[in-house]
Write a protein that binds this ligand. Sequence first.
Ligand code: NAP
Length: 280
Amino acid sequence: MEKLILDGTKVAEGVKASLKERVEELKKKGKTPCLATILVGDDPSSETYVRMKGNACQKIGIDSKRIHLPEETTTEELLAVIDELNEDEKVDGILLQHPVPSHVDERAAFERIDIEKDVDGVTSFGYGQTALGFGKYPSCTPAAILRIIDDYEIPVKGKHAVVIGRSPILGKPVSALLLNRDATVTTCHSHTQNLPDIVKQADIVIAAVGRPEFVKGDWIKKGAVILDAGYNKGNIGDVDYDACYENASAITPVPGGVGPVTISMLLKHTVDAAEEKTFN
Ligand code: NAP
């Protein structure tokens, strides 16, 4: 069977090339899109992620305003910083890097982000809009998964999509996006019984579990399409790639699959938000 390796790096390059042109048009109007990132504490992986996102902005001409708060920041202090960014006319998007330290009320912080600047799709309002089918900025990894599906023209309508994971930023919104595209969606989680049997029915498998090589080769129906959102220590996905590759018709690698497209979706949402302000 012919295999398709779904090349996320290539998809991301395409997105970024079109964004560069849009940023240039905005600059002609005197507007430079700006993404504010907030990092609380000194978690090294979070620092790396925030740096990568800031650098990605700069490469395509988006301003990045980086705010690094100390570990002992209180919820109230964080909310005050978000309020300031909400008020700041220059800022088009706000990204609060998560997880935040455990003493901070992460949900309260997410909810404080102005819906117009929620380019990372973390507010419950944004999630609700996404679920109802008119969200402007769905959470970035689900948006990336749909972008890969669209770029490779993978049929979704009427297909059985099995999503493994139900987190607010990944499993739930990607399930909603697929449902809105007329897939029949089964969302699985840690209490799901007979998971392998359910995955065996899938035309499209979305792995969003957070466990290395969790999805096994003999769970995959012949011809299924696999999108692996997992990103575990050592650049390992949530899918046992070599074994799953055998039966799949298309599969995302890790790294080089969903990850790079996720960042490009954050950039896209920031440019969308800047355009909305400038042209509407
Ligand atoms: P999460 O919040 O930890 O959620 C994991 C989900 O997997 C939960 O819904 C959990 O079920 C479910 N789960 C755990 N063990 C399971 C099992 N044995 N059987 C079935 N379901 C199980 O993780 P997340 O933030 O959604 O991230 C998931 C993965 O995507 C991670 O590898 C993460 O690194 C990656 N990720 C990648 C990107 C990217 O840009 N590529 C972005 C975000 C996340 P319960 O709800 O029942 O606990």
